[in-house]
Structure formats: C-alpha cells, structure tokens
Design a protein around this ligand. Structure first.
Ligand SMILES: *[C@@H]1O[C@H](CO)[C@@H](O)[C@H](O)[C@H]1NC(C)=O
Ligand SMILES: *[C@@H]1O[C@H](CO)[C@@H](O)[C@H](O)[C@H]1NC(C)=O
Ligand SMILES: *[C@@H]1O[C@H](CO)[C@@H](O)[C@H](O)[C@H]1NC(C)=O
Ligand SMILES: *[C@@H]1O[C@H](CO)[C@@H](O)[C@H](O)[C@H]1NC(C)=O
Length: 384
C-alpha cells in the first residue's frame, strides 16, 4: 500500500506554499523538500526499521511545521501495520532488535493521541515485552542483536533500534522500582559496547562484539569486530542523543552517557575528511582515502544530525562542533542531494546498502538528512 495520491499532492502543494524560509537554492527548506520528495517517491507502511526511521524524521518535520499532513503520514504508516486490537501485522517470532525500532513511532502516536487510543499502548506493551523479557542476553546482560542468527553479539545498530524506545516507555509507563532497574539496564547496554568496541586511541567504535569470542572475526581479547563502519557509529551517536532526552538527571549513568557522546563527537571531528567535509565508509586506519572506500552519505547525515542535536540540547559545545556539522551539511548538499528527480523532487544519492555499493533514495540516508536539515534550519533561524 502506498500513500494515496490526494494526500501526496496536497503535501507537495502545502509545503511549497507554506514555506516562509527557503533553501539556498530558492526551493522550500531542504527538510520539507526532501521529506515531501521521499513521500512522493513512495514509502510503504511496514514494521521494518527503515520505514520507522523515516517516520522519526517526519516527526521532526511535523514538530517544526505543525502541518497536519505530516502527522497524518505517520498515522497512516503505523495504522497500516496495526490491527484494530493493537497487534502488529506480519509479526514473526524471531527476536531481533531491528523489530523494536517501530516502537518509537508507536509511542510518538500514543503521546499525540493520548490514552484514548488503546491500540498504540497495546502495541507498545507487546514490543516492550519482546525486548525486556524475550530478547536473549549475553552473560553480562547485553541484548543479542539477533536471535538465533548472531548469538552473544551486540551491534552498535541495536542501541538505536532498542534503547530510545526502552527509555521513552520507561518514562511513560514504569513505576519507580521498575524504572530504577530499567535505567541501570539501559546504561549497561552502552557500558558494554564502550568496554568492548571503543578503540581508546582513535576514539572510534568497532561495529560490534561477540562476548563468547567465537565468531571468526572476533578480537581474541575484546570480542570486537575488526572495522569501524560509518553508519554503525551513526546509529550509536543517534542512540546517545535520543536516550539522553529521557535519561534521569539524578542517575549516575547520565554522566557516563554524556562522556561517551563527547568523546565520540571528538573522534568524529578528527576523522572528518578535510577535502569533502564528509566521512568515509570504512573509518579505521589505513582505509580512509583508499581505493574502493568512499565518502558515504548515510553516516555523514547521521553525524551531522547527531552533532547538531547534541549542541541544541546542550550536551555538546557549539564552538567545537557546529562548524564540523556545517561543513558536513555543505558536503551533503554538494554530493548527495540531487535535483534531478521528476516533478521538482529531490533525490538522495550515495548510501551503501550491504553488498550494493550505492542506492538512490535509501531511507537510511534520506531520514537522517531530513533530521539534520530540521536541526540546521532551526540553528540558522535562531542565529539570524
Ligand atoms: C511496579 O510495577 C510492577 C510491574 O508492573 C509490579 O509488579 C509492581 O508490583 C509495581 N510496584 C509497585 C510498588 O507498585
Ligand atoms: C586503534 O586505533 C589505532 C589508531 O588508529 C590503531 O593504530 C590501532 O591498531 C587500533 N587498535 C586496534 C586494537 O585495532
Ligand atoms: C541523478 O543524478 C545523479 C548524479 O548527478 C545520478 O547518479 C542519478 O542516477 C540521477 N538520478 C536520476 C533519477 O536521474
Ligand atoms: C510528474 O510529472 C509527470 C509529467 O509531467 C506526470 O505525468 C506525473 O503524474 C507527475 N507525477 C506526480 C507524482 O505528480
């Protein structure tokens, strides 16, 4: 099922006529332009994390514009996957953190519509149970990324799939004794990744680790995988800035989360490609600049967004990081935002997807570009 055509054309018209700020190119602001373009290209309602991530970006556009079409879009995406009793269509009983990501969009709609809409609460309860009670854990308590496919493995990606949902659910629904345990559990997930995946000399994090040390790629001491991938670190950065939205100020773990965020941001500043302003797909030495490696768009967009949100929320120092984000944003406009879509739409280029080197209009790149644009536009407006 695709978004119906009437809604689609009203979106494009609305955004173009309602835009009081325009992009440097004279079109609507990039946040709106890219969001509307992607909706026009077609985004199916599915429960997968890719579409759920796009809904997250549309939340930000809705917050910035208050245009009801965006709220309608998220509602149609989520209602498209829920039965009226709140059960999730096409649920499979495999346990993987990727399945939890949609929970954030469900909680978002719950907070917009209030407790009158029981199906969102039912769906959120189900996902919470899947995560907290059903997901297998490593011996030290880390969630497996996928059961049964990746036993005893934590991946950076999983932190974004699960922890923002876990944190928001805890804030909304858990009593103090359950919440106290949950905050410890949430910060433990980050602590484990830091302990096993962070390279203290580069400041960057490997893609994941195997606590059993059995995987062929696992470092014999830490269990870490051998490479630093830009998008994996992007998921991790976004997990940090989003979990901090909910994490209690009085909990001692908050300071650690802030430290993890700051040291990652500093490492990203050092790793930023001087020539382009973007970041390499494979980021560990000696790969940046080598043949076959390239400046990758989804990771670049995630870092731009994470840094700008971190600055806006006061977690990161504006003097140190805004210029990094501005250079990266310029890189994206230069290299990845293409104005050759049909009917005045934008295209997004340069996102790698597993073995396919580059795909056009990948939601994994479009979504963080929209998020980064909302942040950049808000920053510029506040400054002007
Ligand atoms: C808190 O919630 C849990 C789980 O719903 C429940 O078992 C427990 O009795 C509650 N504790 C208090 C003090 O209300
Ligand atoms: C950590 O990063 C440094 C600097 O890039 C590198 O020389 C070193 O080999 C890395 N350590 C591991 C365990 O990969
Ligand atoms: C848009 O242009 C880029 C390069 O500028 C190209 O890679 C891409 O295929 C084009 N897309 C369409 C739909 O023409
Ligand atoms: C885009 O433009 C073409 C040609 O002008 C038109 O046939 C088509 O319906 C348009 N598509 C959308 C989604 O508006």
């Amino acid at each position: 099922m695709r978004l119906n055509h009437r809604l689609l054309s009203s979106l494009t018209l609305l955004s173009i006529s309602s835009s009081h700020v325009s992009s440097a190119s004279g079109g609507p602001p990039y946040s709106i332009w890219m969001a509307d373009s992607m909706i026009a290209h077609g985004v199916s309602p599915t429960r997968w994390y890719n579409e759920a991530f796009f809904s997250r970006a549309i939340e930000a556009v809705y917050s910035a514009t208050s245009l009801s079409t965006y709220r309608l879009f998220i509602t149609s995406q989520i209602d498209g996957i829920l039965n009226s009793d709140g059960s999730i269509r096409g649920w499979e009983s495999d346990h993987q953190l990727d399945n939890i990501r949609v929970g954030s969009a469900i909680l978002y709609l719950y907070t917009l519509t209030g407790s009158s809409n029981q199906k969102y609460k039912t769906a959120a309860d189900f996902l919470y149970d899947q995560l907290v009670n059903q997901q297998k854990r490593t011996a030290s308590g880390g969630f497996w990324h996928k059961d049964p496919k990746y036993p005893n493995q934590m991946w950076l990606d999983g932190l974004y799939m699960a922890e923002p949902f876990y944190a928001q659910y805890t804030t909304l629904f858990s009593n103090s004794s359950v919440a106290a345990k949950a905050w410890d559990d949430i910060v433990l997930q980050f602590d484990l990744v830091e302990k096993h995946c962070r390279n203290s000399s580069s400041g960057m994090l490997y893609h994941g680790y195997d606590e059993s040390l059995k995987a062929t790629w696992a470092n014999k001491k830490t269990g870490a995988s051998p490479h630093v991938w830009d998008r994996a670190q992007g998921w991790y950065l976004m997990a940090l800035v989003d979990v901090l939205d909910w994490f209690p100020v009085a909990h001692s773990g908050r300071e650690r989360l802030m430290k993890y965020l700051t040291s990652l941001a500093q490492a990203l500043k050092v790793a930023q490609d001087k020539a382009s302003g973007g970041w390499w797909l494979v980021m560990d030495e000696p790969y940046p600049g080598q043949k076959g490696n390239y400046i990758e768009s989804s990771g670049t967009a995630m870092y731009t967004y994470g840094l700008l949100k971190g600055v806006r929320k006061g977690y990161l120092d504006a003097k140190e990081f805004v210029s990094v984000a501005e250079r990266a944003y310029g890189c994206m406009l230069d290299k990845f935002v293409a104005r050759n879509g049909t009917n005045g739409t934008l295209n997004w280029e340069g996102t790698y997807y597993t073995t396919v080197p580059v795909v056009e209009n990948s939601l994994l790149g479009v979504s963080p570009f929209v998020l980064a644009s909302v942040e950049m536009e808000a920053y510029n407006k506040a400054r002007s």
